[in-house]
Design a protein around this ligand. Sequence first.
Ligand code: ZN
Length: 174
Amino acid sequence: MAIRQITLRGEEILKKKCKPVKEITPRIMELIEDMVDTMFEADGVGLAAPQVGVMKRIFVAMPYPEQEEPEIYVMINPEILESDGVQESSEGCLSVPGYMGLVERPLRVKVRYMDINGNTVEDEFSDFAATVISHENDHLDGILYADKAKNFMTAEEYQERLREFQAQNGEAAE
Ligand code: ZN
């Protein structure tokens, strides 16, 4: 296992379209293991290959972190087949530390990908999990949430606004 260095916003690789994986080689397996380790170490719910400096269409995601033993998905050459609905999600990104933003995402996505055993799998995700999958999939096309966020602010500003919002709603409820 190895923890890899996470690329940061401003680095060219994060703006590039990644290339499909042709074959799951031992090198790819090692990359995926390192990506999972790096995601855990950084306390993230997802990590895409360009975020560790590799231009391949791979991401790892833990879209249900609230589960006791959260499921970890490894998606190779993912493709979003269908998406519907709209949600506004507050997002952060390991490549944009210290910031948050509000992004419009589909409420549900259906995705086809190759798993670590080389099997083609189709899965559906909704709510927060749909956000995670969309966010990670965007990385493979060189898109950062920060570039499409309606509201982009520091994590501190975000906490401040959240407190204001809760205070206002608390008053309204009385
Ligand atoms: Zn990200």
